[in-house]
Write a protein that binds this ligand. Structure first.
Ligand SMILES: *[C@@H]1O[C@H](CO)[C@@H](O)[C@H](O)[C@H]1NC(C)=O
Ligand SMILES: *[C@@H]1O[C@H](CO)[C@@H](O)[C@H](O)[C@H]1NC(C)=O
Ligand SMILES: *[C@@H]1O[C@H](CO)[C@@H](O)[C@H](O)[C@H]1NC(C)=O
Ligand SMILES: *[C@@H]1O[C@H](CO)[C@@H](O)[C@H](O)[C@H]1NC(C)=O
Ligand SMILES: *[C@@H]1O[C@H](CO)[C@@H](O)[C@H](O)[C@H]1NC(C)=O
Ligand SMILES: *[C@@H]1O[C@H](CO)[C@@H](O)[C@H](O)[C@H]1NC(C)=O
Length: 361
């Protein structure tokens, strides 16, 4: 079948652009932002873990001020850009190093290789699964209670924060699609596996709610059958994208249930496969299935070869390595997240995040 990514590149990025309004300056639009997820948001939590899923070396970070940080892309991730759009002066710090008053503005728990399921990614080495990320959040909450004076003040603070959760990619890439390491594809049909994952995800999102989260963006999966690691030459694997669609559909109905059943809950589902629905001629993104960097075939398979020279124009590629999108694609996801979560706000543009950066080659 033809590459589905091509057909996903449909809605013009201009439709994003027209939603953008005035320059917003001053206080961030939310006081705090907490991030749960995998390598799409990890900003250094894996750096000191024993794992091949860490990338604190060049060419990662080639477009990031200060170079490599552990981010799995050339520049900023979706959550960095969202933090900028929200008016935060700094990026949300990784749990591994966040200390002091800074945690009042949020913490990033994301970990490369991690999944909804506890065992996901274990063939890569250490990683911080979603259950453990939630335990780490509980540690942060105790620290916030100390900083603010008591538990009830911490709870009050946590209710005002924004949360994003994006999990599940590794439950396919580093679990279900790896029968040599994991039994799940023999135990479950794709439909059953998506149901089992969604059940666990439901418990986890309810824990987050019980910790005080009220406004939560839940990111579905992108077209995993189109990542260079899974793609069949220049073709997306439709079967894998079908798995993704089944999962995304179940998470969408989970989000509806949570909003229906939990008082004051505002869960919002975002489908990144729709985010990639960009007309390449208007976005300048022309290189679809070829990674920008030269990727390893041995240790750290699919990640950039350390110290290799990446492609010279990153903004024309969808993928930086064989798994992870470039900053420009992260920017599109961030813009969609922002618009979905704050539909009535004008779009803040500051000196660091300009639309040109999001839309031009
Ligand atoms: C993950 O699963 C293992 C084995 O079942 C268990 O020992 C461990 O406590 C679990 N970790 C978390 C965070 O649930
Ligand atoms: C969260 O941490 C507190 C200690 O600060 C502990 O009493 C509580 O059981 C923890 N909650 C969960 C759900 O692990
Ligand atoms: C927490 O601290 C605030 C401000 O000091 C106080 O008004 C409130 O009664 C305290 N709550 C509890 C449960 O101790
Ligand atoms: C890869 O593409 C070729 C050519 O279209 C096709 O014959 C083959 O079945 C595909 N392999 C997989 C695993 O989808
Ligand atoms: C949540 O609400 C849905 C209706 O949206 C209902 O069908 C479902 O049973 C409820 N689930 C729970 C656990 O309360
Ligand atoms: C956005 O504005 C519309 C119309 O004014 C209103 O009905 C809606 O509740 C607003 N949504 C949010 C999230 O504030």
């Amino acid at each position: 079948m033809a590459c589905e990514l091509e057909t996903w590149f449909k809605i013009s990025i201009l439709s994003l652009v027209v939603n953008l309004g005035q320059l917003a300056v001053g206080e961030p639009q939310v006081p705090c932002y907490f991030i749960f997820g995998d390598s799409l948001v990890d900003n250094g939590n894996n750096n000191d873990l024993q794992t091949s899923a860490k990338v604190n070396y060049p060419p990662y970070g080639v477009d990031f001020p200060g170079g490599p940080t552990g981010r799995f892309t050339n520049g900023r991730t979706r959550v960095d850009i969202l933090a900028e759009l929200l008016g935060f002066e700094d990026y949300i710090p990784p749990f591994a190093t966040a200390r002091g008053n800074g945690i009042l503005k949020g913490v990033n728990y994301g970990s490369g290789g991690a999944g909804i399921r506890n065992e996901t990614g274990q063939q890569l080495g250490d990683r911080i699964c979603l259950d453990t990320q939630l335990e780490n959040h509980n540690v942060t909450i105790s620290r916030i209670a100390v900083l603010l004076g008591n538990e009830s003040l911490a709870e009050e603070h946590l209710r005002t924060c924004l949360y994003t959760v994006g999990m599940g990619s590794n439950d396919y890439i580093n679990n279900y699609l790896r029968p040599e390491f994991y039994p799940t594809s023999r135990l479950y049909t794709p439909e059953q596996y998506a149901a089992v994952l969604t059940e666990q995800y439901s418990r986890q999102l309810r824990i987050l709610y019980n910790y005080g989260a009220r406004k939560v963006g839940v990111l579905g999966l992108g077209p995993i059958g189109c990542i260079p690691f899974e793609a069949n030459g220049s073709l997306c694997v439709g079967r894998i994208n079908d798995y993704v669609n089944v999962f995304n559909k179940k998470v969408l109905s989970l989000v509806n249930d949570l909003n229906h059943n939990l008082t004051d809950a505002h869960f919002i589902f975002i489908d990144p496969s729709r985010v990639l629905s960009v007309d390449p001629s208007s976005s300048g993104i022309t290189i679809l299935l070829t990674p920008c960097c030269k990727v390893s075939t041995g240790y750290g398979k699919g990640q950039c070869i350390p110290h290799s020279v990446p492609c010279s124009i990153r903004a024309t590629s969808v993928f930086f390595d064989a798994f992870h999108p470039t900053e420009i694609v992260h920017g599109l996801v961030a813009a969609m997240l922002y618009i979905a979560m704050f539909p009535n706000n004008t779009y803040p543009i500051d000196s660091r995040t300009t639309l040109t950066q999001l839309s031009a080659p």
